[in-house]
Design a protein around this ligand. Sequence first.
Ligand code: CU
Length: 137
Amino acid sequence: MIRPLKLLTFAAVLAYALVGTAATAGSTRAAAPMRVTVNVFAVGNDESTEPANLAVRAGGTVQITFRNHTHMFHTFTIKALGISVLIRPAQGTGVQTTSVSFVAPYGVYEWRCMFCDTATHPHTHAMKGKVYAIINA
Ligand SMILES: [Cu+2]
């Protein structure tokens, strides 16, 4: 009678451990942000980004790191999502990095720099592009 009880206890502990491991693995995967790097650099009289258009995870955390090679402030602004982050200028010959994290529901969003093509940065074209929040993974 004792032996089946020990076997049942062992099975219960094993099942609990397996469920706990599966839950941990699932939550770790969901919590890891999708990371994207965007370079900001000068092109003639303008500043540009590479890439300008981004395909990102819909409904999950996305972290964009900007590598600013210019000596000017810029912004990454998506009015529809209420996101606006200041991209700091590079110092000397270096590169300045700025990161922003956000969650975008499924959809297509326009982003732009609020400084470019204004009196602050009188360029021919504004830094801008689209964020396609369309990826499930
Ligand atoms: Cu700008």
